[in-house]
Design a protein around this ligand. Structure first.
Ligand code: ATP
Length: 576
C-alpha cells in the first residue's frame, strides 16, 4: 500500500475522516470527519484562533455562506473564477486540463497558461484521459466556473452563490467592521468557516474538496504608514523557494531567517514576511514536519493581477508538494471593487497630523445659458467642465473652454463657466485601505498533520503503527485503563476518567482486551498518554508515553495536575 492509502485506511478505521453519503454511493469532494477527526480539526482551529486572532489583537466574525450575486460580480468570481475543463470524448469523464499537463509533463503551474496553449500541449504531448486512456488531442477546453449556484427565496429572480472563500464575507462588511475598529488602521478580521468550490475533479482525499474549511485573516492597513512588527519573526528560520530559485536549473529552497530574507529582498513585502514567520511557527506547533515544508513564491505568470508578491506554504505529502496556505498583499483591489459596485463607503477617513491648506479648482456653469444652448447635453457638459477643472486649470485661461461629451466637442464662453480657484483647509482624506491576506486551508493542514505523524515501529517484537500527534492537538489526550476487572480497579479507573474530563481533558476509557491491545488502539489514534490503574501499590497509576512507550508511576492525587501540565506543555514526559 502507498503511504497515502495506508493513512486513508487508518483515518477511516479509526474515525478521522471518510467519504460522505456512502449509503447512497458517495459523492466526490465531500468528506465527513469522524469523532477523532472532528476533535483534531477543532483543536487545530483553536490553535490558529489563539495565534492569528487573539494574540494578534484581531477580531473574528462569522458571516453567511450564501451571498447574493452582486457580491461576486464585484469580487470578480462570477467572471474569472474558472478552471480549465476538458471532457474525454470516449468515457465523458471531466478533467482539469492543467492538472493533466502538470502530471504528465515537466511543466509546472499550467493553470496560468492561456487556453489555446493548453490545447496545443494536450496534442503535442499526446496526452490521454486518466480514466480510460482515450486520446485528448483536439478536445476543446471550456472555462468552468467553480461557484455553486443557488436561488435565494422562491423562484429564480435572486441568484445566490455559496462563497468560494471566506474572505468575501469580511470584505463586504468593511463599512460596518471599520466602525468596530473605531476607524483606526491597521486592524485585522479573521474568519474560520466553510468555503465551496465545485472542483472539476476532486482528488486525493481531503486535499481537493468541494466543501472545505478556510481560516482567513484580512489585515487592513494604511500602505503609507503601517509596518509589521518584523522583529517578532526576524530570527524565525524558514525554507524559502523564491521565483528565482525555481527558475534556475539547480534551484533548491534555501533555509534562512525571515529578517535576512527581507533585508536581501528575497521577500519583498514585509507584511507577507511577517505572516510567513508566524505561519512557520504555527505549522511547527501543530505538527507539520519541517523537513517536508517550504514557502514557495508565486512565479510571475501565477500572480493574481492585483498582487505584487505572493507566497504559498507547501508541504510534501507522499512525494507531492501541496499548497497549504497563501500569503498575499492584495493592495486596494477588494475594497475598491466593492466601493465602486455598491453604494456603501469602503474608504476610511485618515486624519492628517496637521491640517493641510489646498487649492481647489471649481466651476459653477450657468445652466440658464447651457440649457437653451445645448439642450439634453447640458448636464453632461457641466460635469465635464468640473472634471476638466480638477485635471487641467490652464484650459480655463482663454475666452472659451472646450470639452468633449460622447465624442462631440462643445465650446463654452468663459463668462458662462464661472471658473474659480479657492483655498481650503483639509483635516484629512479618504483612503482605501490595502489588504494583507494570509489564507489557510484547515483540511489540507489536518491531512498533512496526520500524514506527517504516521509512524511504524516494533514494540516487544510486534509491529505497531501510530500517529505521533502533538499533545496540544491530539483528539484524544489520554486513555484510561483498569489493568484487570478485579480489586475495584474499573470503579477507580472510571472515577479517574471522570476527574480528568472535569479538568477539560479528552479521555478514552477502555477496559476491553489485553492491555497491549488497548495501548495499540490508542497509539493508532495518536493518543499521547495512557494511564493504567493497577492495585500495586494502592493510590498510584502508571502514565505511559505513546512514542517511547516508557512508563512512570505517579500518585493518583497528582495525576490530574501532571496530565494537565503535559497537555499545556508546562511539563514534558522526561521530567516526570
Ligand atoms: P489550488 O491552487 O490548490 O486550487 P488555490 O490557490 O485556489 O488552491 P486559495 O484560493 O489560495 O487556493 O485558498 C486558500 C487555501 O484554501 C489553500 O491554500 C488551500 O489550503 C485551501 N483550499 C483551496 N481549495 C481547496 C479545495 N478544493 N480543497 C481543500 N482545500 C482547499
Amino acid at each position: 500500500m502507498t503511504e497515502t492509502a495506508t493513512v486513508v485506511e487508518l483515518a477511516k478505521r479509526r474515525g478521522y475522516f471518510f467519504q460522505s453519503s456512502r449509503a447512497y454511493g458517495g459523492v466526490s469532494g465531500f468528506y465527513t470527519y469522524g469523532p477523532q477527526g472532528a476533535a483534531l480539526k477543532e483543536n487545530i482551529e483553536d490553535t490558529w484562533r489563539e495565534r492569528f486572532t487573539l494574540k494578534e489583537g484581531n477580531f473574528e466574525v462569522d458571516a453567511p455562506i450564501v451571498m447574493p450575486e452582486p457580491v461576486f460580480e464585484a469580487s470578480g468570481h462570477l467572471d474569472g473564477f474558472d478552471d480549465m475543463l476538458v471532457e474525454c470524448p470516449e468515457c465523458h469523464a471531466s478533467h482539469r486540463a492543467d492538472h493533466i499537463i502538470e502530471d504528465n509533463t515537466g511543466i509546472e503551474e499550467a493553470e496560468s497558461l492561456p487556453i489555446p496553449e493548453v490545447e496545443n500541449l494536450l496534442a503535442e504531448h499526446e496526452l490521454t484521459c486518466p480514466n480510460c486512456g482515450a486520446d485528448l488531442a483536439g478536445q476543446a477546453i471550456e472555462e468552468f466556473n467553480l461557484m455553486f449556484q443557488t436561488s435565494i427565496g422562491p423562484g429564480s429572480s435572486q441568484p445566490g452563490y455559496l462563497r468560494p472563500e471566506t474572505a468575501q464575507g469580511i470584505f463586504v462588511e468593511f463599512p460596518q467592521l471599520k466602525e468596530y475598529a473605531r476607524n483606526q488602521l491597521p486592524f485585522g478580521v479573521t474568519q474560520i468557516g466553510p468555503a465551496y468550490r465545485n472542483e472539476i475533479s476532486p482528488r486525493k482525499s481531503l486535499l481537493r474538496l468541494r466543501e472545505f474549511t478556510q481560516a482567513e485573516l484580512e489585515l487592513f492597513i494604511d500602505p503609507e504608514e503601517d509596518e509589521p512588527a518584523l522583529d517578532v519573526v526576524r530570527d524565525v528560520e524558514a525554507p524559502l523557494y523564491s521565483a528565482e530559485m525555481q527558475e534556475s536549473d539547480d534551484g533548491e529552497p534555501v533555509t534562512m531567517a525571515i529578517g535576512d530574507a527581507v533585508d536581501e529582498g528575497i521577500i519583498s513585502d514585509a507584511w507577507v514576511a511577517y505572516y510567513l514567520g508566524l505561519a512557520k511557527q504555527w505549522y511547527t506547533r501543530i505538527g507539520i514536519d519541517m523537513e517536508k515544508f517550504r514557502f514557495r513564491q508565486h512565479l510571475p505568470g501565477e500572480l493574481a493581477h492585483y498582487a505584487a508578491d505572493c507566497w504559498d506554504a507547501e508541504a510534501l505529502v507522499d512525494g507531492d508538494w501541496i499548497e497549504l496556505a497563501g500569503f498575499a498583499n492584495r493592495g486596494d483591489y477588494d475594497l475598491s471593487k466593492h466601493g465602486s459596485y455598491s453604494d456603501e463607503d469602503f474608504t476610511l477617513f485618515k486624519q492628517y497630523d496637521e491640517p493641510k491648506h489646498v487649492e481647489r479648482a471649481t466651476v459653477d456653469p450657468d445652466m440658464s445659458y447651457l440649457g437653451p444652448e445645448f439642450g439634453g447635453a447640458a448636464a453632461d457638459i457641466g460635469e465635464a467642465l468640473q472634471t476638466l477643472a480638477e485635471r487641467d486649470r490652464s484650459a480655463f485661461d482663454g475666452d472659451s473652454v472646450e470639452v468633449e461629451v460622447d465624442g462631440e466637442a462643445y465650446e463654452i464662453p468663459s463668462e458662462h463657466v464661472n471658473f474659480e480657484v479657492s483655498e481650503e483647509t483639509e483635516a484629512g482624506e479618504h483612503i482605501v485601505p490595502h489588504v494583507i491576506e494570509p489564507s489557510f486551508g484547515v483540511d489540507r493542514a489536518l491531512y498533512t498533520v496526520v500524514h506527517h505523524a504516521y509512524r511504524e515501529d516494533e514494540v516487544e517484537g510486534e509491529e505497531r503503527s501510530y500517529l505521533a500527534l502533538k499533545p496540544e492537538v491530539a483528539p484524544t489526550f489520554v486513555g484510561v485503563f483498569p489493568l484487570t476487572s478485579k480489586d475495584g480497579l474499573p470503579e477507580t479507573a472510571q472515577s479517574v476518567a471522570t476527574e480528568l474530563r472535569e479538568r477539560g481533558l479528552s479521555v478514552a476509557y477502555d477496559d476491553s482486551g489485553s492491555i497491549g491491545r488497548r495501548y495499540r488502539r490508542q497509539d493508532e489514534v495518536g493518543t499521547p498518554f495512557c494511564v493504567t490503574l493497577d492495585a500495586d501499590p494502592e493510590g498510584t497509576a502508571t502514565i505511559r508515553e505513546r512514542d517511547s512507550t516508557e512508563q512512570v508511576r505517579v500518585d493518583l492525587d497528582e495525576l490530574a495536575d501532571v496530565l494537565t501540565a503535559l497537555r499545556t506543555g508546562e511539563r514534558t514526559f522526561d521530567t516526570l
